[in-house]
Design a protein around this ligand. Structure first.
Ligand SMILES: C[S@@+](CC[C@H](N)C(=O)[O-])C[C@H]1O[C@@H](n2cnc3c(N)ncnc32)[C@H](O)[C@@H]1O
Length: 233
């Protein structure tokens, strides 16, 4: 594809999430500094022989980067529930531009099935769990397509306080060490009605560990996001 053609294609997508390097030095105008994020996950430089699964892939950076680093098979899935998908398939467009072998399937995490897909060595599960109505079912489904020793890269929103109204007054509980989860029945979290849950940090840990994973390391914590490297046990 010619440079002008690529630039024209990119303009068709109004809201890019990921910055993805394309030919001619073109980078998609996403708001996430994906290169910086990628470095956090300590992914081996050479993924030869490895199978990678990218759940809730959005524009697909983590899939394309895995392919760039030699992964033998990359599957990207997304149920397209995010409003970003209304503007068209950015991942489809990038696949074409890069002539990529990344497989994209319009599928939910709940559809993961070991008998159909086999198992994966690296699974990206980034910023998806709080979008799931059934987060523990999601984690169970993921664990089922991984063998012991496989790596789960996990990132999520977390809540600091649990809030509720009691006799008309807003009560905030400092969460401390108890695993607690805030429920957002409508669009209370960031105005996005696809956000359902805000686990606190102990709840994230407990949910991951109760689903057959060991948290190897907390990779990073920002004011509202937690990053973990987890190993299937
Ligand atoms: C906040 S975005 C995160 C995108 C990417 N993983 C990242 O961290 O940059 C959440 C994505 O998960 C997708 N998603 C939400 N629920 C899903 C589900 N049940 N199965 C698969 N994907 C889902 C949405 O469509 C959206 O593209």
């Amino acid at each position: 594809m010619k440079k002008e053609e690529i630039e024209l294609q990119i303009k068709k997508i109004q809201h890019w999430r990921h910055q993805i390097e394309l030919p001619y030095g073109i980078v998609t105008p996403g708001f996430i500094n994906t290169k910086k994020e990628w470095a956090l996950y300590e992914i081996p430089n050479d993924l030869y022989g490895k199978r990678v699964l990218d759940i809730g892939c959005s524009d697909g950076y983590y899939s394309f980067q895995s392919e760039k680093q030699n992964a033998s098979d990359v599957l990207a899935i997304d149920d397209k529930s995010s409003l970003f998908w209304n503007q068209g398939s950015a991942i489809g467009m990038v696949r074409e531009i890069l002539n990529s072998g990344v497989k994209f399937k319009h599928k939910s995490v709940y559809d993961l099935d070991k008998n159909k897909l086999g198992t994966f060595d690296f699974v990206f599960f980034l910023n998806v769990i709080y979008h799931l109505r059934y987060p523990l079912l999601g984690l169970d489904k993921i664990r089922q397509v991984m063998v012991p020793g496989a790596t789960l890269l996990y990132k999520s929103y977390y809540s600091k306080n649990i809030e509720f109204k009691l006799f008309g007054k807003l009560v905030k509980i400092q969460v401390g060490k108890n695993p607690l989860v805030q429920f957002y029945p409508s669009n209370e979290l960031a105005g996005d009605f696809t956000n359902w849950w805000g686990p606190n940090i102990p709840a994230h840990r407990a949910m991951i560990e109760s689903s057959g994973f060991k948290i190897e390391r907390e990779l990073k914590r920002t004011y509202d996001r937690i990053y973990y490297k987890c190993i299937a046990v």
